[in-house]
Design a protein around this ligand. Structure first.
Ligand SMILES: Cc1cc2nc3c(=O)[nH]c(=O)nc-3n(C[C@H](O)[C@H](O)[C@H](O)COP(=O)(O)O)c2cc1C
Length: 309
């Protein structure tokens, strides 16, 4: 049987992808670890684990636990640092077609700027995704993504440091995510991604101890999908930047929901822990589904939710 004649290509501002399925930061290692299990070539993009100026060892265990319909994690942004990533991982990833997006974080504006400057001239990096759910040491530990003015200044500084497309990853742990997205837009962001994990906790009733060593952690997986969908819907309509939807995506129906809500692409995260082939399989399943439904281009679905009159 011939491949269905469906156009899966998407353009998110300056970022062009062969298809709208990416892997989410921190849930697919650095990508290469899964080359023998998943069809990396099928993916539209791979988002790196969060990278910092210097390597980070992360939090003590236990740092993941299952919850009903999801999981909690407090990995603590463990990573090998930007230099090792560029020297040891990126050359391997560049052999595959998916666009590589580096997920970056810091504890000060200066650290984000240094990371952006470092990757600016690196041809294998297609875009930067800023994880702004990190405490800012100069704001008494408040996260960058929780204050519109702080976020706007951060994005503006990163904008001045790089010509590459900037994705700002929104946190759901704020009252009005669209307001934060608007601030990112004013600062010069090209794309928004939503959502990062929701702050949560779990307790073992037998030992009476928190299930995570850090007590609280980030909730992800199917349990957060309705929240993610609502944030994507609001942000896409109110901010007007292209949006990448993230949160609990496992099936082709999930992908369709996010596209209809206004996302131009999606990232698959926690589902990869159960089956690392989920994201690459979804590419073929999406093409087959659109062909079966007589939809010629994935772009026709973006924001096409039918709202009550
Ligand atoms: C174990 C784990 C590690 C993560 N690490 C990062 C990270 O380093 N940077 C980041 O921006 N998001 C990180 N995330 C958040 C995911 O990229 C994603 O936004 C979130 O899990 C929601 O999607 P999901 O429900 O499909 O997992 C991590 C999530 C998990 C579960």
């Amino acid at each position: 049987m011939n491949a269905p004649a469906v156009d899966l290509a998407v353009a998110l501002g300056p970022l062009r992808l062969a298809n709208p399925i990416l892997t989410a930061s921190g849930t697919f290692g650095y990508g290469l670890e899964f080359a023998h299990l998943a069809d990396l070539a099928a993916l539209g993009g791979i988002v790196s684990k969060g990278l910092s100026v210097a390597p980070i060892r992360g939090n003590p265990p236990p740092r993941v636990c299952e919850t009903r319909g999801g999981m909690l994690n407090s990995i603590g942004l463990q990573n090998i640092g930007i230099e090792r990533f560029l020297a040891e991982v990126l050359p391997g990833l560049e052999r595959f077609p998916p666009r590589v997006i580096v997920n970056l974080f810091g504890v000060s504006v200066d650290e984000y700027v240094r990371l952006a400057e470092r990757v600016d001239a690196v041809s294998g990096v297609a875009a930067l995704e800023l994880n702004v759910s990190c405490p800012n040491v100069h704001s008494g530990g408040l996260e960058f993504g929780q204050d519109p003015e702080v976020l706007c200044a951060l994005v503006r500084a990163v904008r001045a440091a790089t010509g590459k497309p900037i994705v700002v990853k929104l946190s759901p742990n704020v009252t009005r995510p669209a307001e934060i997205g608007e601030a990112a837009k004013v600062g010069g962001a090209d794309i928004l991604s939503a959502i990062n994990t929701l702050l949560g906790m779990a307790i073992d009733p037998v030992t009476r101890r928190p299930r995570l060593a850090t007590v609280k952690g980030g909730l992800s997986g199917p349990a957060i999908k309705p929240v993610a969908l609502r944030v994507v819907f609001d942000v896409a309509r109110q901010v007007g930047l292209p949006v990448i939807g993230i949160g609990g995506i496992e099936t082709v129906d999930d992908v369709l929901e996010f596209l209809l809500a206004g996302a131009s692409a999606v990232q698959v995260g926690t589902a990869l822990f159960r089956d690392p082939t989920t994201a690459s399989r979804l590419v073929g399943e999406l093409a087959a589904r659109l062909a079966a439904d007589g939809v010629g281009s994935v772009r026709e679905l973006v924001g096409a939710v039918r709202l009550p009159a």
